[in-house]
Design a protein around this ligand. Structure first.
Ligand SMILES: [Mg+2]
Length: 87
């Protein structure tokens, strides 16, 4: 996958998240929990790839989800935690 393909996949995953759950506005600690859960799924996919011959596609899918959740967290922060003028 090219960088453009990867970014397109992340955008598609973001849209799928919105379609499934609607706009998400969480406290930053909730975002941390959601993001770490997704990172854990990357670890699980990597372990299964190395130890159980699971497909690399699972790792790609989980990494795209991590990136999409990070984008969603940033969007939520932009909506709910406006930056001070000097930031
Ligand atoms: Mg995941």
């Amino acid at each position: 996958m090219s960088q453009a393909d990867i970014l397109a996949a992340i955008a598609a995953e973001r849209q799928a998240q919105d379609n499934k759950w609607g706009e998400q506005n969480h406290h930053t600690l909730e975002w941390l929990s959601i993001l770490m859960e997704e990172v854990g799924e990357v670890a699980q996919a990597i372990n299964e790839y190395h130890w159980r011959n699971a497909p690399m596609a699972n790792i790609r899918k989980e990494l795209i989800q991590v990136a999409a959740v990070a984008v969603s967290a940033l969007e939520s922060i932009e909506r709910n935690y406006p930056m001070e003028p000097n930031q």
